[in-house]
Design a protein around this ligand. Sequence first.
Ligand SMILES: [Cu+2]
Length: 483
Amino acid sequence: MSIDRRRLLKLAGLASLAGVAPHLARGANASASPRADHTLRIANGLVELSPDHIVSTTLYNGQFPGPLLRFKEGERVSVDVYNDTDTPELVHWHGQMIPSEVDGAAEEGTPYIAPHGMRRISFVPKPAGFRFYHTHVTVGSDLNRGTYTGLAGPVYIEPKNNRGAYDREVFLVMKEFVPAFSRGGDMANDALAGAPIKALMDMGKAADEEATERTKGYEVGYELFSINGHMLAHGDPIRVKQGERVLFHVLNASATEIRSLALPGHRFKIVALDGNPVPMPAEVPVLWLGTAERVSAIVEMTHPGVWVMGDLSDDDRGNGMGIVIEYAGASGEPQWLKPPAFKWDYTLFGKADAAAKPDETIEITVVKHNGALGGFNQWTLNGEAFSMAKMRPLYTVHEGRRYRLKVRNGSDDIHPLHLHRHSFELTSIGGKPTSGVLKDVVMMGGFQEVEFDFVADNPGLTLFHCHQQLHMDFGFMALFKYV
Ligand SMILES: [Cu+2]
């Protein structure tokens, strides 16, 4: 090619931002080959969650979840993304180590896909495992955009070798619809192992006292709940046979919520977290997933019947968060039984040995400012709320160095922390050391600390943020810049 591709992408991005000449983006990017390997079309459409609950939202290819995209590790793939909406869009390839210009975050320099424009995206998928794609726009108070919509779909990157010991795999995407604002939240605070830290509780209390707003900021609640786009008992059941080993790939595609999942009489053997095999596969009765987390778990079908696999919350399960598991030959109404009490603990799947020593430790303290932004809570990291206008990188990293992020939570909320374009290794969770668990999202408990390490091995602007849409849009983001 005689024209510099990087420059063209830049031009296309500028055109997109100005909202003009989407044909330029098309011409510039689609010229390399006549047909892309995959096509995603972003447009408004309907999801039939049940015959009585049909919601209008934005979708990929007119469906929810978006199509399962299967890539091969290390084999370049191209995806044409058409934006048939009236607002700019971004597709983020969550959990992949790809360049900033295709990662799908404007903060990193990825160009927007203009309204009624298109962009051809091309990258080499990695690492192998369960990933996903989703929109990455900042939406503030607009509940009709961003991850509040149906813009999410699973990705599976086939490993070069090793299939694993299971009979078949089933993908489950957990997702709420019909969001609305409310005052004060009811986040499940008893989900995670570990105890709150006194100093962080004091910090939270001081921030509450300093706040000019006396009431708590807005939270988002939902009317309808679904797995794979169907409310409980409205989609096809998962039909299984006794003795079968089913590998479930579960994605929490929520914009804001922590989700749980249990299957009465069965246990989940966790084999991978966020698509990465864990060093110590272990059995648990309940899964807990923060926003954007994935769990891959094998269930041995040894308890015949017709069961509800569902969320622990009676309200949310009652409003659709579940799916029926039906054994061959079994009949009757699907049964739900409350599982034994269980706290989610990432260290169960890690090694007890200490992780490698970092070259540098970066400490980040998170504080919530109640209702500080027109009724919305504002979030600061080390005193600074991220500004989309300034886009100032908060930290610089050097290629090849190992960094430890020590994040301290001065709020009672659980935060699903996400680092783009890198995997990280959990090194301490709620004060408990661990190693070997590689993730791209980790839940930080209320008034707790988490520590995780990443190696700066993928140059380019890198975004770190809370994956709770309401938190990231109101300050909870930071940029890392390579020098
Ligand atoms: Cu958060």
